[in-house]
Ligand binder design. Structure first.
Ligand code: ACO
Length: 367
């Protein structure tokens, strides 16, 4: 695959403006983080790396890791409860559940079915989707289609990840990047108060599948006594992340720029009219490079990767919720979410910010 090919013909856009009367809204947003913090200095104790290298190349200072007994369902359910609690919506009012995870504990049943039972939601559709780091935006796009078609009325979109169980902790090129967390969106129709979805753009280029994937986990013959519990092979999902960092960098910076431009054009505004871009929190150099190409001020790129690392599909709800909870999102703002990830996949949408209820469940900060 040649990722240097011109974007327009390689990654065909499907940007569509949501039609009047058929729009839908994000009513609530909730997130959940595990309480254990792992700093770059903690990684220095068992990896040949340094805080200086990690911070300067990626912007990441610390990440969260799930506790030994903490499951993906626990994180997903905490974020969903935070979301529903903030929105004042009972689980009984949610008719559809879509989950995204690249780190599921089991192939089936789906995380969404587990979550439906855990929350006590009605027996509507519940299923998982796989679009790697683009999963939350794919989920929102799917929720919008289900609502516009009349099949669903209240859709919970939950992205949950425990990447600490999907890493080769002896590989310094990937182990430093990722973290654990979950985020949930509640989506409803245009009669509800919330943030309106104005436009979306989804795509994939399967020719880039080898740039980012998983391999069987290496056999852990001699566990080192220096290794912390979260690196234990007993916790491993049996597969580990493998990545061509340079290829991912090239793809991510290009697609981020392209999607923001296409989305702005699809609703007839300039990039400068967008108040905030909430990108997938891959790493700060990817984001700074894309912001530079777009001539968009980096201060209007929402980032929280310094504290959470890259949480794959959970990263956009985590970053957006933190910004909203800090009062950064103002009524009427155009907010652009842009995700990109393995597949290769991408997904973007523009929200007009409205009264979206937000709750952050973070035991480490008391949030
Ligand atoms: N600590 C210290 N040295 C390291 C580390 C580390 N953690 N990791 C790699 N190195 C070394 C390499 O071994 C290499 O050494 P060498 O020159 O002796 O061979 C050197 O640092 C440079 O390695 P590169 O991979 O060339 O480093 P680069 O400057 O390109 O940056 C990075 C690496 C940050 C991963 C970059 O390629 C990148 O940003 N890629 C995007 C990857 C990414 O963010 N993925 C996120 C997941 S994908 C997603 O979410 C869509």
């Amino acid at each position: 695959m040649d990722l240097e090919e011109p974007m327009g013909s390689v990654w065909r856009a499907s940007a569509v403006a949501a039609g009047p009367g058929g729009g839908c809204r994000v009513l609530g947003l909730g997130t959940a983080l595990p309480s254990t913090r792992v700093s770059n200095a903690d990684l220095e104790r068992f990896l040949e790396t340094s805080d200086e290298w990690i911070a300067s190349r990626t912007g990441i200072q610390e990440r969260r890791v799930a506790g030994p007994e903490e499951t993906l369902l626990d994180l997903a359910a905490r974020s969903a409860r935070a979301c529903l609690g903030a929105a004042g919506v009972e689980p009984g009012q949610v008719d559809t559940i879509i989950c995204s995870s690249s780190s599921p504990d089991e192939t089936f049943p789906s995380l969404a079915c587990r979550l439906q039972a855990e929350l006590g939601c009605p027996l509507g559709p519940a299923f998982d989707l796989q679009a790697a780091c683009s999963g939350a935006v794919y989920g929102l796009a799917l929720a919008q289609s289900l609502i516009q078609s009349g099949l669903s009325h209240r859709v919970l979109v939950v992205a949950a990840e425990i990447f600490s169980r999907l890493l080769d902790w002896s590989d310094r090129s990937t182990a430093i990047l990722f973290g654990d967390g979950a985020g949930a969106f509640l989506v409803g129709d245009e009669r509800s108060p919330g943030s309106e979805i104005l436009a979306l753009d989804l795509g994939a280029d399967g020719r880039g599948a080898t740039a980012l994937g998983t391999l069987p986990a290496p056999l852990d013959s001699q566990p080192s006594p220096n290794m912390p519990e979260y690196t234990s092979s007993k916790r491993s999902l049996g597969r580990v992340v493998t990545m061509n960092g340079r290829e991912v960098f090239r793809f991510s910076t290009k697609i981020l720029e392209e999607v923001v431009l296409r989305l702005a054009e699809s609703i007839g505004v300039g990039v400068g009219d967008i108040a905030l871009v909430v990108p997938h929190q891959a790493n700060s150099r990817i984001l700074a490079t894309a912001a530079g190409r777009l001539k968009f001020p980096m201060e209007r790129f929402v980032t929280n990767l310094e504290r959470t690392g890259n949480t794959s599909s959970a990263s956009i709800p985590l970053a957006l919720a933190e910004a909203a909870a800090n009062g950064v999102c103002r009524t009427g703002d155009l907010i652009c979410l842009v995700a990109f990830g393995a597949g290769l996949t991408w997904g973007g949408l523009i929200l007009r910010w409205g009264p979206t209820a937000v709750r952050v469940d973070d035991p480490a900060t008391g949030g």
